[in-house]
Design a protein around this ligand. Structure first.
Ligand code: MF3
Ligand code: CO
Length: 245
């Protein structure tokens, strides 16, 4: 898990550094594929099956009002002022590392920067609750409390999750709800904590591609995710990039 997560974080970091006006999201996704290969890892997204459909890309690239699970295309050329959520989910030697971050394309409006800052802060607040004795709901509640003062929409249709040999394991980790809810956290659990926050309404609509989730009102959304280890004490973020690999 440590190695898978370190690779996931390193690839995410490198992809985010390639984000710039004029770059198209197909090329970004292809860079993700190549980087994963260079670490002997593979995308856990590519071919990921839900029902009869399989995810067709190596990373999830979601621009502006796209919340999660966007698919890179040649036609989607990043513009100054856009925001893009980059989600890298890696399989390495049978273990999964999952992380995501929303970054600015060039110069972005202050309202968008605020959305990014609040969402990342909410992730860190949630992570701080990933400790033994707490229930899953402590994470959910901390995220909700960090976001609520700003009046943003908390996405409810997608949630964080346990992660290990599979990408989506129990427990589900909603980004809202009471601290008393859910199972107790125990040392050794690895959790993907991932607030998805919209500037406007929280309702989701699905694109025709069957994967991309968009905000119903067209306002932008942000997504920050880490894979976190529950220890006997402070939580440990596993998705930290390593400049040495
Ligand atoms: N980090 C994403 C998630 O937890 C990865 C999705 S891969 C996809 O949902 F194939 F489902 F898009
Ligand atoms: Co995830």
């Amino acid at each position: 898990m440590r190695t898978a997560c370190r690779i996931a974080a390193t690839v995410l970091d490198r992809l985010c550094r390639l984000v710039a006006p004029g770059v198209n999201t197909y090329d970004l996704d292809q860079e993700g594929r190549k980087l994963l290969g260079s670490y002997d890892a593979r995308s856990a997204c590519f071919g990921y099956q839900v029902g009869s459909k399989r995810f067709p890309a190596y990373t999830c690239l979601s621009v502006n009002d796209e919340i999660v699970h966007g698919i890179g295309t040649l036609k989607r050329v990043l513009q100054d002022g856009d925001i893009i959520s980059v989600d890298v989910c890696v399989e390495y030697q049978g273990f999964i590392g999952d992380n995501a971050r929303t970054v600015a394309v060039g110069d972005i409006a202050p309202a968008r920067q605020k959305l990014l800052t609040v969402t990342e802060e909410a992730l860190l607040k949630g992570i701080q609750q990933a400790r033994p004795g707490n229930r899953v709901g402590a994470i959910s509640n901390a995220v909700e409390r960090a976001v609520r003062p700003f009046g943003y929409g908390i996405i409810r249709d997608f949630v964080g999750h346990g992660v290990g040999r599979s990408m989506h394991e129990a427990p589900q980790i909603p980004n809202f709800g009471p601290a008393s809810r859910g199972e107790r956290l125990r040392p050794g659990m690895t959790l993907a904590i991932e607030p998805m926050i919209a500037e406007g309404r929280s309702q989701v609509v699905m694109a025709d591609d069957g994967w991309t989730a968009l905000t119903v009102d067209g306002l932008p959304a942000a997504h920050f995710e880490h894979t976190v280890l529950v220890t006997g004490g402070d939580p440990e973020i596993l998705t930290i990039p390593d400049s040495g690999i």
